[in-house]
Ligand binder design. Structure first.
Ligand SMILES: [Zn+2]
Length: 135
């Protein structure tokens, strides 16, 4: 068994080539199976990429809502000296909390989205190498 990328002899149980580090595809993997996995990687990476882009759009606005909640909270606490503005405080604390949670969630979505794109590209490169090897 040889590496599809650099041609180094492999032991057969290696997942990645010890010479060039490219992914090892076993000889009994059919082109069909490989094509399927490439297709699913491609569509998954597209979906996750779109979600990431939407996430990027939202993450621009999340700090604004965070700042607005913070200002609202200060105003609510200040006005509390004169009148009981408990509702204002609660609303802005909830706003702050949701902004932070949302930022964390969106960050994770973006992180895993780009990770999946990277993996998808890897699979497609592997696939192209394999096609090249066969032809
Ligand atoms: Zn190699």
């Amino acid at each position: 068994m040889k590496c599809n990328f650099c041609g180094t002899k492999l032991n057969g149980y290696e997942k990645y080539c010890h010479n060039c580090g490219s992914k090892v595809v076993s000889e009994n993997t059919t082109i069909d199976e490989f094509h399927k996995s490439t297709e699913s990687a491609r569509s998954t990476s597209i979906v996750l990429g779109v979600i990431s882009l939407i996430g990027l759009f939202f993450i621009i606005f999340t700090p604004i809502s965070l700042i607005l909640s913070f200002i609202g909270l200060i105003l609510a606490v200040k006005s509390n000296h004169n009148s009981k503005n408990t509702a204002g405080i609660i609303i802005n604390v909830v706003g702050l909390f949701l902004s932070v949670v949302f930022m964390i969630v969106i960050s994770l979505v973006i992180y895993f989205g780009f990770f999946a794109i990277d993996k998808g590209i890897d699979t497609i490169i592997d696939y192209n190498n394999r096609i090249y090897e066969r032809s």
